[in-house]
Ligand binder design. Structure first.
Ligand SMILES: [Ca+2]
Ligand SMILES: [Ca+2]
Ligand SMILES: [Ca+2]
Ligand SMILES: [Ca+2]
Length: 183
């Protein structure tokens, strides 16, 4: 093997290791009693408790599921995937193209507050509950909502079609599966 080829291979290996390190934050399970739960600056998979969690995912492309309780989920920059699930949750995507699911596993009668922040976000909230949706900045935010119940601001594309929502749920579900974080 030539010296040049060896150098190229070594460079490729180092790049692969660096990429692996960026993706390899260990899955984080929040304390069972709820409360403060803080991720890392890398890509995290964070699972909330059945109680009230305050989850700060920090930087990185994070996946967060709040599970039960009225949770606060706060994601920083980068494209995050957030799921409020049971209870009345506050979900903040901040900058980055985020996928925010306030639909799956939601509790009947709960009220979620969703803030997409900067970037082009996809927000799912067509669940028959009264939710507040703020898509924030970005020129191509999409929200799937209940037209007679939800309050919506800053969303360029709004839909309440079950068929369209099914497509969105499928794509989000595939994304979630790809991150190894399905329930
Ligand atoms: Ca993170
Ligand atoms: Ca929780
Ligand atoms: Ca919820
Ligand atoms: Ca965003």
């Amino acid at each position: 093997m030539s010296r040049t080829v060896k150098l190229i291979l070594m460079g490729a290996l180092m790049l692969a290791l660096a990429a692996g390190a960026a993706l390899a934050a260990a899955p984080l399970i929040c304390p069972s009693g709820g409360g403060l739960c803080v991720g890392t600056p890398e890509a995290d998979t964070i699972t909330g408790s059945g109680n009230v969690d305050q989850i700060f995912a920090l930087e990185g492309e994070d996946f967060v599921d709040g599970w039960g309780g009225n949770d606060l989920i706060y994601a920083n920059e980068d494209a995050d995937t957030l799921r409020g699930a049971e209870g009345s949750d506050v979900l903040r995507g901040n900058s980055g193209n985020d996928s925010i699911d306030a639909f799956s596993f939601d509790t009947a009668g709960s009220t979620d507050q969703i803030f997409g922040g900067g970037g082009n976000d996809e927000i799912l909230a067509e669940d028959g509950n009264v939710d507040s949706i703020d898509c924030g900045a970005g020129l191509l935010d999409r929200a799937f909502m209940d037209p007679t119940k939800d309050t919506v601001t800053g969303c360029e594309l709004v839909s309440s079609s079950g068929e369209v929502q099914a497509d969105a749920m499928k794509s989000l579900s595939q994304e979630t599966k790809a991150m190894g974080a399905t329930r």
